[in-house]
Design a protein around this ligand. Structure first.
Ligand SMILES: Nc1ncnc2c1ncn2[C@@H]1O[C@H](COP(=O)(O)OP(=O)(O)O)[C@@H](O)[C@H]1O
Ligand SMILES: [Mg+2]
Length: 204
């Protein structure tokens, strides 16, 4: 006898997202539907500009000022996300659902210690005391085989290439934020809302 399939953790149904521009509305996403169940991974593939990032940002409500969901439903763990208040979504983000950015140098704040940024998520969302949160972070780093996790926690994020090289990428001035489509809707550094610090997504 076939077992009943578990309820999806994330259900996206007939999703449509538009961006308001000076030339009118851009329908970036239309009729997107998918389910993700426990243990499943979904890859979204398509040519540049087809709306992959828009779908992902729509799910975590990071569409920026000019983007909005015009149709459809996003149901996460049985809760409808469309139409929720910013406050309710903030509670979910970084705790139950989070964006993992491709480039850690964009996601982490270079002026805060790695441990501080990791612990912040647990302090904000799980109400842990700093000490407990830091211990948990060390355990998590151990689980991913990070060498010397306690020391990693005390370090500042910097690209590997910058270590010991005076003219590594960390020394170069950062390009100003132009707000291109691929930059995502903005920076959420240190907010404790979008995973460890949040940030911009490159090539999502
Ligand atoms: N902030 C924005 N304002 C206006 N149009 C946007 C914005 N972000 C994305 N778009 C447009 O929406 C479409 C989908 O973009 P995007 O989701 O970034 O695609 P992908 O991630 O698949 O490359 C593109 O036509 C893009 O130009
Ligand atoms: Mg993209």
């Amino acid at each position: 006898m076939q077992q009943a399939r578990s309820a999806p953790i994330l259900k996206v149904q007939d999703l449509a997202i538009a961006y308001e521009t000076r030339k009118g509305d851009v329908q970036a996403v239309r009729n997107v539907s998918f389910d993700i169940r426990r243990g499943e991974t979904l890859g979204i593939v398509g040519e540049s500009g087809c709306g992959k990032s828009t779908v992902a940002f729509g799910i975590v409500n990071f569409l920026g000022r000019n983007g909005r969901i015009t149709n459809g439903r996003i149901v996460f763990q049985g809760q409808d996300l469309v139409g929720r208040s910013e406050e309710e979504l903030r509670r979910l983000r970084g705790d139950r659902i989070a964006m993992v950015y491709q480039d850690p140098m964009q996601a982490l704040n270079p002026s805060l210690r790695i441990g501080e940024q990791m612990a912040e998520v647990l302090i904000v969302h799980r109400k842990m005391k700093r000490k407990e949160a830091e211990e948990r972070c060390i355990q998590m780093l151990q689980r991913v085989y990070m060498p010397d996790p306690a020391n990693v926690m005390r370090r500042y994020p910097r690209p590997a290439a910058a270590r010991g090289h005076r003219h590594g990428p960390a020394q170069r001035p950062r390009a100003p934020h132009h707000g291109r489509a691929d930059d995502g809707p903005g920076r959420y550094r240190g907010s404790g809302g979008a995973g460890p610090g949040g940030g911009t997504a490159k090539g999502l």
